[in-house]
Structure formats: C-alpha cells, structure tokens
Design a protein around this ligand. Structure first.
Ligand code: PEP
Ligand code: MG
Length: 840
C-alpha cells in the first residue's frame, strides 16, 4: 500500500508542528525544545498518520527508528488537540529485547535491566496484545519474574516475544491508534467537548532511563496549589523509577521541597531541584501558563519529558489568570477570556460555618458545593410553587430525572437517596451551582404522606426546614450559621477588569436588603428588578396585608395601607442606602391577591380569628378572590387600576424613602416599574396617579426629587404596542419569564411536566424558560425595542427575566442594543464575565 501522508516529523525548533495537525502534546514539546529545555529526541505523528495507522497503513517504521540513537528505548504517548480529551495510556521501553537486555545488564546492572524488560513485556501483553492483565501482575527485578512474564506471553500468543523493534513499534502505534477510534473512547471525549472527528497524534520519544547506578528516577513538579492557585512547589520524585504511575507507590519517594515528613529532592539533588525551578519559571513566562512538568533524572542528568497545563479548580484558574496578567505575562483581556463565565459560580457559594453548631441527620456524597437552607419539598411541582411564593426550598427525591430540571431550577438545594457523583442530580446541580448531596441511602422517603424518615428515627415532613451542605455531603436539621462566599482579591481583580471592558450593564434582581447587599458585593450596576410583593410574605406583614384585602370599606382599606406604608418606606430607604446612588428599579405590586390568603381550613380559621370575622365570611371572600387562571387574572397593573390605593401607597413609600435616603447619601432617582401592561391607557392611568402622589409629597415635605416611571414589557401586546407605550415611559424592561409564558401559551408553573419530552424530541431545542427563545420571544424583544426606541430614542432598554443571567441570552440582548440585563445576584459575576467576553 502506498502511504499518502507525511509520516512523521522530528520535533525541532523549526519543524512544522501544529496543534491542529499533531495535537497539543507535540506542539507543547516543540515549545519546550525552543526554550532549550533538555527534552529527549521526539518524533511527532500527525492525526492523518495515526488515522491511517488505525486503518492498517503503516508509516515507514525503520525511518522512524533511524531518527533515534542506535539501540535507544522509546516511549509513545498520545497527543490529542485538547489535553482534556485524553487518549490511550503511554507505552514505555519499546525496543527492549533479549539483546538490548543483555547490553543493559552491562550498562546499568542486572536488576534495573530485568525490571525494564519485564515492564515492557507486561505492557505489551496487556495494552497491545490485549492479554488478561491478571496473568501479568507480578513485579520484581529478578531474572525469574522476567522469564515468567515472557513465558506467559509466549504461551498465550503461541509465538516468541517479538524481538524486532520495528515490529514492536508498529504494534504499539496500531493499538494506540485503534484505541482512540473505539466507541467508548469516542463517547468519553465527546462528553468532554471533543468533536466527533477529533484526531489523535502520537509522539515517539527517546527514553531517558530512570533506572541505573547513578541518581536516576522520575517525577513530576508543579508550581501552584491546584485548589487555591497560590504559588507552591508540589509533586513527587521516585528514585529508580519510570513513568507517572510509579509515583503513587513504592519506597524511594522524595518530596520535592525540603519537608519534615521525609527526604526531599531539594536536599538530595540541589542542582537538579534548582534547574527544575528555573524551567518552571521559564515555562510560566514563555508558555504563559502554569505547567506541570514531567521529568526524569538519568545518570544524574535532568531530562524533561513532557509538560501539561496544571489541571485546576475554578478558584485556582482565576488566581493563575490574574497573577499572569498582573506580572504582565498575559494581557488582562486574555486573563478574562481564559475563565469560562459559569466557572465563577464555584467561587460564589455560601458555606456552612465549620465552627457553628449543626444537627446532622444524614450523610451522603458531596455532589455539588455550597450550602443552602429551605423547606423540604418532595416534587418538582412543589419546588416550583415554593419558588413562585418566593420561599427557599430543598428538593428531596429518590433520584432525579430530566423531568425534575424545572424543579431543580426552583430549588435552593437538592438531596437524593440514590445516585453518585455523575448521577443526574449531581451533574445538573453542579451545572446550576446548586448545593447537592446524593446517595444518602439510609433515608426512607414516603411519597404518599410526604415524609422523610432519617437514620436516627426522626421524621421530617414537607415544609420542615433543613440545610444541605453540598461541600461536606451533610443534611442538617433546621437553619445553621453560614459563611458568605469567599470572594478573594484575585476574583475581585478579574471582575474589576470585566467591568472595564463590559459594554452592557449588569444589574441584579433583588427584593430584600440582604439581596441588595449580595448584589452590591457581586458588583451589580444597580437593582434591575425589586419584586415588591416579595416584601410582604413576612409573618407580621402578612396579617396587615390580609386586613387590607378584607377591608369592607375604603376607610378600612386606607387604615390597613396606612400601616403598610412605613414598612415599605423603611424597605426602600434601606435598598437605596445599600445601593448608595446606583439605580434601583422598583416594580409595583404584581401577583394576584389571593396568593396572600390561606388555602387550608385551619388557615382560614386562624385568619377569621385574626380579623375577628365569621369563618363563613372569610371563606366566601377567599372563594370570591379565587381565579381559574390566576397568572392571566387580576395581576400586575390590573390590580393597580382596580385598587389604585395600593400603588399610591407604594409610590408614596418610594418618594418618602427617596427624600430620606438622599439626606444622608447621594441623591436618589428611583425607577418605578409597572408590571403586566398590555395597553397604553393602563400606563396613562397609573402615571397620572403616581404624578399626583409625587406632587403631594413634594408639597408636604418642601423637597424636590426626580423619578423615572417605566413599563415592564411582559405581554406580547406590550411588545407590539411598545411605540405608544413608550410615549409615557422612561424605560422598558422586558420580563422574559411572563413574555415566554404568554408567547408560547406555556404555563411557567406547569411546563415541567412535558418540558423533558419536548426537549428530548427536539420540539424545543432547550427549555425556553432557561435559555431565551431568540426566534420567537426574541423577535418580540426586537420589535418592542425597535418601536420603543423609534418613539423615544433615549429609551433605556433591559431584560429582567431569568434569562438576564444566561450567557447566550446576554449575547442576544447586547446585539439588540439593550442597556443592561438584570439577573439574580448570584448570577451577576457570571453575567458580567460573559458580557466582558462578548466585548473582547
Ligand atoms: C418576568 O415575568 O420576566 C419577571 C421578571 O417577572 P416575574 O418573574 O416576577 O413574573
Ligand atoms: Mg412577570
């Protein structure tokens, strides 16, 4: 057969080697060689070559062998395009045969020579000839063990162990090439993001023998801690050894740096240690990366076999990128682009305070870091309902399935009886940044009576508060003391740079002073959505709220609102103070009133007692408020039109808080947003009343202030009529949650039931509540934005639905010329970095 490809290239500083054709390892070795590191002679085989080898077309083996010293032993290692895609294991000592064994005995002694030969026979038998590994387990450096390995091979294969180095090399190359093309290997690398046709290169390298009379051995060294990213020399060196596997066991292990636990390379071979530090610094500066270097000491001489990017935690990745930029090794833009936005979530989690008291009731696998407290729910539907009420919940399931995704989105943490690190719950929770504990097998979950029996016999019910510590794999009864996320200097530096380059604003959806504090700590450009109804679920306030709903006369209602006013004023004053001069957008009351009413008989009785009304009256009133389709019912501005006193009270609270907060800090210009608008007249009516309140407050207090009134675009009609709606608004903020719900006619709260089937059968590419549907909902956004801006060119445009934190959706908004996105506080850093990536 004719060989049509460029067989191989000796890696020299000027050879034509590329990542795309020869893989990352080959290219990296060339860089090391250019830096004049002592790399043994190496030959690279291209993806093409390896592909053909798998198909049975061999390269010119004698020519490859001729590239090395006569009689050299060789290693072959994989070189895929991306280090993370993996590849077949390295095979060492190719070329070993009886004659070479005899010569090695003279050169380095009998025991090392036996060991090298035995290891090669074993590796060849297992990895190339695919013989049963159990038959090739023996270790030892005596002639007998070597003979036994050769005999086992020869018995099984019914032929002598191959002596010809060219044949050995050919078989090694073929087995590695075929291993790469196998189905399992392909699926594994595709799971890590490799394309279906990802190629494999191979590098053939002359061995530096780590065995022999003078100091010989092998090791790895790196210069940072892989968890924190802080500078620290770590690694191991094993005297009289070859290859990485040897480092995990055996005697003769040295620490690298001087260490009280045992001998160190620093003391044992100070010159070599110093040389390694030098190469570490050179590779950091010139390869612009933290590298882990694999080395061999052969007869007292250092050889560098390979170097790979140190695998690292997200936290470490941030620190390394920032420190390289601070040392002017890479530009800041590159530091930014090296960090995947979603990776930041790992840095942002609350943790259980290890010094605090905690009542652990079950332990399992720590599947996703961080900790959260909430009420137990046993179904995704209950989790969604809980989230809609603004209550944190913990989703407890036997295991999760794709149908649970919506529930997981809604939950603060997840606990499952079954599963492991890669179970559905674990994978999804990590993706969402949700604390998660899985595999808590001694739980008894009783679906029917919604209870959870734990090992010590206690029984928890739906609604009981528990805490999930996903960092330590613990489930804890009740609330515990939490530590806020550790946002260190490197993280802050990175986000500061992101803010500088970012050309679309990132605000936070924050309803409470606590949320606002988080938003400010995470560097939000203000609050884009304060859902005021979330301020009323507090126990004390709920009663006043209910009094207001049940008021029989206008006077009674006014009296209840009079009580709510100071509470709201206080809320808003604190929000303004915390955000110190940054914009705060307050949405007027949105959900249906009946959400504030009890649904159980017991709750109704309690309410009757509190309001001093007959139970039958209360029941009748609650029934009268019930709606068949509350999400399309008496919500948002419809409430503002029919019970205008509520919005008036809120507007007054906002204006009085504005004056209050402006006394001590920067002048506040509040933004007031009207929800669920579908007609221009709604805006006119609300605007007239709010202007009236503003005028009254100005006169009463003798103080002037500004405010901006805007509209939340979350019905399709509001998007279509944005032109006329814009005449009365200073800004338009697209509520893509409701807009998605109404565009698809898809219930936000019920879609979970069939979303899995829909996504699986590719009806929708993704859950449109998670990633913005750019084709449909996106078109409404574009129409609304265009009509709004045409009517009022300085119109501020934003998105404040859940999509505001999604990197793909941010790209769409930026493209469409939006001024900012607003998302939950914890997603602000991710959104900020994603936005910065877009601007780079
Ligand atoms: C929306 O509908 O997108 C929105 C932000 O409001 P809510 O989620 O409170 O309905
Ligand atoms: Mg909405």
């Amino acid at each position: 057969k004719r060989v049509e490809f460029e067989d191989f290239a000796v890696i020299t500083p000027t050879a034509d080697i590329s990542v795309e054709r020869h893989g990352g390892r080959a290219k990296c070795l060339q860089r090391l060689i250019r830096l004049e590191m002592p790399v043994p002679r190496t030959v690279a085989l291209s993806f093409d070559a390896v592909h053909q080898i798998a198909a049975g077309v061999m390269p010119d083996k004698p020519a490859i062998l001729a590239a090395f010293e006569e009689g050299a032993l060789l290693s072959v290692r994989p070189s895929s395009e991306d280090q993370d895609w993996g590849g077949p294991g390295a095979i060492l000592n190719i070329g070993m045969n009886d004659a070479r064994h005899a010569r090695l005995i003279d050169e380095i002694g009998e025991a090392p020579a036996n060991t090298i030969y035995r290891r090669f026979v074993q590796a060849f038998a297992i990895d190339v000839a695919r013989l049963d590994p159990d038959m090739f387990e023996a270790s030892g450096s005596d002639a007998h063990t070597l003979r036994a390995a050769l005999d086992a091979y020869e018995d099984e294969m019914d032929e002598p162990f191959p002596q010809d180095p060219a044949r050995q090399l050919g078989e090694v190359l073929r087995s590695m090439a075929r291993a790469w093309e196998g189905t399992t290997a392909r699926l594994l690398r595709q799971a890590k993001g490799a394309p279906a046709d990802a190629g494999l290169g191979l590098v053939v390298q002359q061995m530096a023998l780590g065995l022999g009379p003078e100091e010989s051995g092998s090791g790895v060294i790196k210069f940072i801690d892989r968890v924190t990213g802080l500078p620290q020399v770590t690694g191991r060196y094993l005297s009289q050894s070859q290859g990485r596997a040897a480092l995990t066991h055996g005697d003769g292990v040295f620490y690298l740096t001087r260490d009280e636990r045992g001998a160190s390379l620093q003391d044992h071979c100070p010159e070599i240690y110093a040389e390694l530090l030098k190469w570490g610094e050179v590779s950091r500066r010139r390869l612009r990366e933290e590298m882990e270097i694999e080395f061999t000491i052969a007869g007292g001489q250092l050889a560098i076999l390979d170097a790979v990017r140190v695998p690292r935690s997200s936290r470490a990745a941030v620190r390394v990128a920032v420190s390289l930029a601070e040392d002017s090794i890479i530009p800041r833009e590159e530091a930014l682009s090296r960090i995947e936005p979603r990776a930041l979530t790992e840095l942002l989690h609350s943790q259980v305070n290890p010094d605090g008291l905690r009542d652990v009731f079950a332990r399992g696998i720590a599947a996703s870091p961080g900790a959260a407290t909430g009420k137990i729910v046993f179904s995704s539907a209950a989790a969604q309902a809980s989230a809609a009420r603004g209550e944190a919940c913990i989703l407890v399931r036997r295991e999760t399935t794709p149908e649970d995704i919506r529930g997981m989105h809604a939950a603060s943490a997840v606990l499952t009886e079954r599963g492991g690190m890669t179970s559905h719950a674990a994978v999804i929770a990590r993706g969402l940044g949700l604390p998660c504990v899985v595999g808590v097998s001694d739980l008894v979950l009783r679906w029917r009576d919604k209870s959870l029996r734990v090992p010590d016999g206690r029984v928890f019910h739906e609604g009981d508060v528990i805490t999930i510590d996903g960092t330590n794999g613990e489930a804890i009864a009740g609330e515990v003391e939490m530590l806020p996320p550790a946002l260190d200097d490197a993280y802050r530096a990175l986000l500061g740079w992101a803010e500088e380059v970012c050309d679309i604003g990132v605000r936070a959806n924050a309803d409470t002073p606590a949320d606002a504090g988080t938003a400010r700590d995470f560097g939000a450009d203000g609050i884009g959505l304060c859902r005021t109804e979330h301020m009323f679920f507090d126990d004390g306030r709920l009663t006043v709220m209910r009094e207001m709903i049940f008021a029989k006369t206008l006077d009674d209602r006014a009296a209840a609102l009079e009580q709510l006013l100071p509470m709201q004023r206080e809320d808003f004053t604190r929000l303004f103070q915390i955000m110190s001069g940054q914009p705060v957008c307050i949405r007027l009351f949105d959900p249906p009133l009946h959400e504030f009413l009890p649904h159980s008989r017991e709750g109704l009785r309690e309410l009757a007692e509190a309001l001093d009304m007959p139970l039958s009256d209360v029941t009748r009133r609650v029934e009268a408020l019930a709606e068949f389709n509350p999400m399309l019912g008496m919500r948002g501005v419809r409430l503002g039109i029919t019970v205008p006193e509520i919005y008036e009270m809120q507007a007054r609270a906002i204006f009085e808080a504005t004056i209050e907060a402006s006394k001590t800090g920067e002048a506040v210009v509040p933004e007031i947003m009207i929800p669920l608008v579908s007609a221009k007249r709604e805006v006119e009516l609300v605007k007239t009343r709010i202007d009236g309140v503003a005028a009254a407050v100005r006169t009463e207090q003798g103080v002037d202030f500004d405010f901006r009134l805007g509209v939340m675009v979350e019905t399709p009609r509001a998007a279509l009529r944005a032109g006329e709606i814009a005449q009365h608004s200073a800004f338009l903020s697209f509520g893509t949650n409701d807009l998605t719900q109404m565009t698809y006619g898809l219930s936000r709260d019920d879609a979970g039931r069939f979303m899995g089937a829909y996504v699986q059968q590719e009806v929708y590419p993704e859950d449109p509540f998670h990633t913005l549907d750019v084709d449909g909902v996106g078109e409404l956004l574009l129409i609304g934005a265009e009509r709004g801006r045409r009517a009022s060119p300085n119109m501020t445009l934003s998105v404040c639905g859940e999509h505001g934190g999604n990197p793909e959706s941010i790209a769409f908004c930026r493209q469409a010329g939006f001024d900012y996105v607003s998302c939950s506080p914890f997603r602000v850093p991710v959104a900020r970095l994603a936005a910065a990536h877009l601007a780079l």
